[in-house]
Design a protein around this ligand. Structure first.
Ligand code: FAM
Length: 471
């Protein structure tokens, strides 16, 4: 079997070469223009990032390394081992996003085993730190603290720091002779042995796999602490998602399948979304993968981004409470009434709209299909379906939104709820566990391709006014 590391190592040099060729031969070609609207309006559609792992089409939705979600469901290895028989394993998406290759079940199994093994790297101070946090601190804040605290295990930071120290010492030694002796002595004790910039990706990969491996325990500890007894039990005979479900305290194989689907579809959504972009930006300073993704988690914690999944559940509950009090049924008519109340109060309908998508999110559609297959008569599932029937019309009539259709967050909560996972304040942590995969697989390529510090140009309002006057 070819391992993940061997597969990647064989890809790095050719990719470096083809990027260098592209830059050399076509570097000066113009691929877009930027209007003042775009500069003020959150850089929508401005083409300014390289992103390997996925691409988002406004009409069609996401493709992971060229594959749509239904295609991934057809070709990627599942728990039973047969592609198409159940949901893809998260490990197979990790493999696909990192290498752009569809792995065999044997390859996926080696990755599962490797991640289980690496999970023991979680530093001993992290769980006690999480245990000390107040129960009413938002789970996303705790998740970010946990990952930041685990950064003491960063191989990348250590290698980089030691290299820096090595060069610092050499710089400050005056005589050539002493420099020569010190250099040879120090090299013996330094793991990186003066590794050049084009080796950073090797240390980054170590950290990235370690982060994937430790995140479930950080996430499960938070869940068990905030809502239960703080006890986290593992079952490493299972895959990554199945083991994570046991850690959370769930034993239902149906829930394991939902978790596999959930973790796969939230991984990546090209580069411009706030969590992925933040990870990429922070990583471009050569901050290590732990710190880079912790920053990504903080972006995900915003209500316009990942927190929308908890907001959807809150919105549905507020709707149910209101109409229960009034003795009315929740149906298309009452949902419409409640939606207009929300819009007239100048609030957003959570789970609807998107900065890029202009059609129903395929991540919504595949969750709907999961619901139709596994819980067609669930009360909340039916409410979400009724919302889907009326909301695009309401938002179109409202006239402001560019996309009146549902996004991924509109559906994820009700599926979790069906299996008894009702603690919606925690839902974004699941998103965060998954988004680590997209953000960090790309971060591997950022370092392998030697991408530089990201530093776009900003302008003052005065500059813009002047520019507008003269153009
Ligand atoms: N309900 C009410 N108003 C909305 C709306 C919604 N669902 N979506 C957009 N609008 C408003 C928006 O606030 C803006 O109003 P102003 O002109 O007053 O500022 C106007 O419509 C035009 O916005 P847009 O161009 O359609 O959307 P943006 O690209 O600016 O923003 C979102 C995209 C996702 C932030 C926005 O649609 C939104 O706030 N949706 C609700 C929150 C949500 O579901 N977020 C999750 C997105 C998800 F996919 C993810 O990141 N996980």
């Amino acid at each position: 079997i070819t391992t993940l590391q061997e597969t990647l190592e064989s890809q790095v040099a050719p990719k470096q070469a083809s990027l260098a060729k592209l830059k050399k031969e076509h570097g000066s070609k113009v691929i877009g223009k930027v209007t003042i609207d775009q500069l003020i309006g959150g850089a929508r559609s401005v083409k300014c990032m390289l992103w390997e792992t996925s691409n988002l089409d406004p009409e069609e939705g996401i493709r992971f390394r060229g594959l749509t979600i239904p295609e991934c469901q057809q070709v990627l290895p599942t728990y039973s081992g047969k592609a198409g028989d159940g949901e893809p394993l998260l490990e197979s998406i990790i493999w696909l996003l990192l290498t752009s290759e569809v792995p065999t079940k044997e390859q996926v199994d080696t990755l599962t085993a490797e991640l289980h093994k690496r999970s023991s790297i979680l530093p001993a101070h992290v769980v006690p730190l999480l245990n000390s946090l107040p129960k009413d601190m938002h789970p996303m804040t705790q998740f970010s603290i946990g990952l930041n605290a685990a950064q003491t295990a960063s191989v990348f930071a250590k290698a980089y720091g030691e290299l820096e120290y090595f060069h610092f010492l050499l710089r400050h030694l005056k005589s050539m002779c002493l420099k020569f002796i010190a250099s040879n002595t120090l090299r013996r004790y330094l793991p990186a042995d003066g590794a050049p910039k084009n080796e950073y990706h090797k240390y980054a990969l170590e950290d990235i796999l370690n982060v994937f491996a430790i995140l479930p325990e950080i996430a499960a500890t938070i869940y068990r602490n905030v809502y239960f007894d703080g006890v986290v039990k593992k079952d490493q005979s299972l895959d990554y998602s199945g083991n994570f479900c046991r850690m959370l305290g769930y034993e239902n194989p149906g829930f394991d399948e939902l978790m596999r689907l959930y973790l796969c579809i939230h991984t990546d959504h090209e580069g411009g979304n706030a969590s992925a972009h933040t990870t990429h930006l922070v990583g471009s300073t050569l901050s290590d993968p732990y710190l880079s993704y912790a920053a990504g988690l903080n972006a995900l914690a915003g209500p316009l981004h990942g927190l929308a999944n908890q907001e959807v559940l809150k919105w549905i509950q507020a709707l149910q409470t209101k109409f229960a009090k009034e003795g009315k049924e929740v149906n298309a008519e009452t949902i419409t009434e409640f939606a207009w109340e929300t819009l007239n109060a100048k609030k957003v309908i959570p789970g609807y709209g998107h900065a890029v998508l202009r059609k129903t999110d395929p991540r919504y559609t595949c969750q709907r299909e999961f619901g139709l297959k596994h819980m067609p008569n669930d009360e909340l599932f039916k409410i979400v379906d009724t919302i889907y029937q009326v909301m695009p019309g309401i938002l179109t009539e409202h006239g402001k939104v560019a996309n009146p259709y549902p996004n991924v967050d509109s559906h994820s909560g009700v599926l979790l709820w069906h299996y008894g996972f009702t603690q919606y304040q925690y839902y974004t942590v699941l998103f965060g566990l998954s988004r680590a995969v997209g953000g960090l697989c790309q971060l591997y390529w950022d370092r392998a391709l030697g991408l530089p510090l990201e530093r776009p140009k900003s302008h003052t309002p005065e500059w813009l006014e002047n520019f507008a006057k003269n153009n």
